[in-house]
Design a protein around this ligand. Sequence first.
Ligand SMILES: *Cc1c(COP(=O)(O)O)cnc(C)c1O
Length: 378
Amino acid sequence: MNIHPKVTPIYQTSVFKFDSLAELEEYYTVPGRGGRYGYSRSEHPNSEELVAEVAKLEGAEGGGVATGAGLAGLLAAVLATCQAGDHVLCPAELYGGSVVLLSVELSRLGIETTYVPLADLYDLAQHRRPNTKLVLAEVLSNPLLTVLDGPRLARACQQQGILLLIDSSFTSPILTQPLSWGADLVWHSVTKYLAGHSDVTAGVVVARDPAIGRRLRQVTTNLGLMLAPLDSWLAVRGLKTLRLRMRQHSENAMAVAQLLAAHPAVAEVFYPGLATHPGHALATEQLLNSLYGGMLSVRLADDSAAAVDRFIQKSQLFPLAPSLAGVASSCSYPTATSHRGLTDEQRRALGITPGVVRLSVGIEEPAELLADLEQALG
Ligand SMILES: *Cc1c(COP(=O)(O)O)cnc(C)c1O
């Protein structure tokens, strides 16, 4: 056979053959499996390609793993670095799914997590415990897009000897490369920007240290967290346009943010690209390629669920959907989704009032998005 596909084919197989006992022995004993494949729960070419591409973008020399959902990546990252008796520290503004994994599931296994407001997190000497092993933080928070000072948090973690794991799902390596700040691990919900087309759930975690990379692979094999071949392939295909998409997401979001900031039906716009955003200076300093991403939130002037519902029913291009970061725009209602477990007062304390809507701005023709918003708010 003399077949040279330009694109890696989908290796839709659970198992690979060995020609001899010597090859089998090599598979089990040579570090890195001697370049061989055996069983797809442990490794297969499609997930390896995805991890290698992300590791290249993030500058991660320790490699990593691809998992069947973003959250499985967090599970792999925590189990690769922590054990029973260890403590994880996070900002209070953390993604709800991460909170559930840490505080409902992993707490039962003896890994405890506590939360402090992001603004206080940098004072690690104050908030750490003797057993604090890991800090998990996001670059941009949901839904109000609070901006993390990544280099500052990384310095604090290094001073305290604590590992830093960054959830980069909202920014992608086109906007942030946390290992360059001094973080130890970067985690993505590939479901979001990396795959980008709302057709796959996946996660990826990459590490600076090869020893952590090895532990990530062991945990992924031992827990059966591996991403499937077809899904890996879809994510790799998505990645090929990541740079183009992030540019268009960001340009469109900036145009949308400017329109909404001047609109009488809108009280407040939360977008780090706007000079009025409290994190604007930090975002400008920290985000790469002069891009601010595709995520923004608004507080409607009529700060009520009824006003949000009217917007949702009138908009044609921002359907209400429980995910984000796809090529097609969507919106979400934090009060009823990510923050539904909180009381009204708790939500208000975080700035999430009934009229707050989060928009995930896609890569459509910007004029069409602006016209749709005008008519939906009109
Ligand atoms: C969606 C999301 C996750 C979880 O990823 P899944 O692919 O849904 O498991 C983690 N962090 C952030 C910021 C997210 O938006």
